[in-house]
Design a protein around this ligand. Structure first.
Ligand code: Q9C
Ligand code: ZN
Length: 345
């Protein structure tokens, strides 16, 4: 399987995230991708390429232009607030909830930062925009590769993407790489595209992007949002809206779920995807379902990821894998490559 990777991912290197009143070291670190890259090479999974520039127009098919403009200038605005900010990550501290206006664009940078985000755990750094754009470029290259007739491709991207919506960041995500890939497949003529999200956390950004649409089906298996991040979305009764009704499927599972029950949910998800008869599949490949993950609660073990790859291969669809979460840094490479190798067997 071909991998698309850009070393610019490391330009996104948050120092701290807000957690329960404290700034704690970031879980989403550059070493995550380094471990996956090393393991891909060690097991000779296939060629590893770096795409040239990202197609801006393809990004704008998913994200609002005022959000992309905000991201492009955010770091400079942050430093302009106070030169000492160059040494600190940018985090939001104000958010417009229900009764506030969302159609305004305040001049204040912190106010705009809150308008375009939903948590204080997602630091924006000097290199975030460059890294996120390079990641979207990898997702687009992987989609192109599959469009050219390859069975599968892997976008090894960070920061991750599935929590990012059309106009918001959060959950360590800025650009929704999986949604950008799915939209690119649609725009290239694939009539129906399925997105399957197997990260521990519900893919609220991807769901929101496609919620009103019948041409992109979204299915997610994740920790029950009653107790797990992102808390406010990901419940089983969210089935899509308008033309999209019936094309969104959430399979929340209790914290502590092990592989047998998780795999049953996977088989149910794949059965629903088969009914949709998609021309391609995008997999949001989070590895934070692993039993050793420091911020998640499922109990999957390393060999289970081989089985997941085999199950996904049985769907028989051209497949774009997009890297998402997974914070047991030393194991994330083996677990990710197990899925990809299981798929290719
Ligand atoms: N101190 C992804 O897996 N909150 N994002 C965790 C830990 C945010 C996860 C709190 C989790 C976001 C892509
Ligand atoms: Zn996650």
């Amino acid at each position: 399987m071909h991998t698309f990777y850009n070393e610019r991912h490391a330009l996104h290197h948050g120092k701290v995230e807000m957690f329960r009143g404290e700034l704690v070291p970031c879980f989403e670190v550059p070493a995550r991708a380094d471990y996956v890259l090393e393991e891909l090479k060690r097991r000779r999974l296939g060629a590893i390429d770096t795409p040239a520039e990202v197609d801006e127009a393809a990004m704008a098919r998913v994200h609002a232009s005022r959000y992309l403009d905000f991201l492009a200038g955010a770091w400079d605005e942050w430093v302009a607030l106070d030169p000492a900010n160059a040494q600190r990550d940018a985090l939001p501290s104000y958010w417009p909830i229900r009764s506030f206006r969302h159609d305004v664009l305040p001049a204040s940078f912190p106010a705009r930062m809150g308008l375009f985000s939903y948590d204080a755990g997602t630091p924006l750094t000097a290199g975030t925009w460059a890294a996120a754009r390079a990641g979207a470029g990898c997702a687009l290259a992987a989609a192109s590769h599959v469009l050219q007739g390859e069975r599968a491709a892997f976008a090894l991207t960070r920061p991750p993407g599935h929590h990012a919506g059309a106009d918001f960041f959060g959950g360590y995500c800025f650009l929704n790489n999986a949604a950008i890939a799915a939209q690119a497949l649609r725009d290239a003529g694939v009539e129906r595209v399925a997105v399957l999200d197997i990260d521990y956390h519900h893919g609220n950004g991807t769901q929101a992007i496609f919620y009103g649409r019948a041409d992109v089906q979204f299915t997610s298996i994740h920790g029950d949002p009653h107790t797990e991040y992102p808390y406010y979305l990901g419940y089983a009764d969210e089935q899509g809206a308008g033309a999209g009704l019936g094309f969104n499927r959430n399979l929340p599972l209790a914290r502590g779920t092990g592989f047998a029950a998780w795999r049953e949910a996977l088989h149910s998800a794949l059965a629903g995807i088969a009914t949709f008869k998609p021309g391609a599949l995008v997999v949001s490949l989070g590895l934070d379902t692993f039993e050793g993950d420091p911020i998640a609660g499922f109990k999957l073990a390393t060999p289970d990821y081989l089985r997941i790859g085999e199950d996904l291969a049985r769907a028989g669809l051209p497949t774009v894998f997009v890297f998402e979460g997974g914070y047991a840094v030393a194991e994330v490479g083996v677990n990710a490559v197990n899925v990809l190798e299981g798929f290719m067997q």
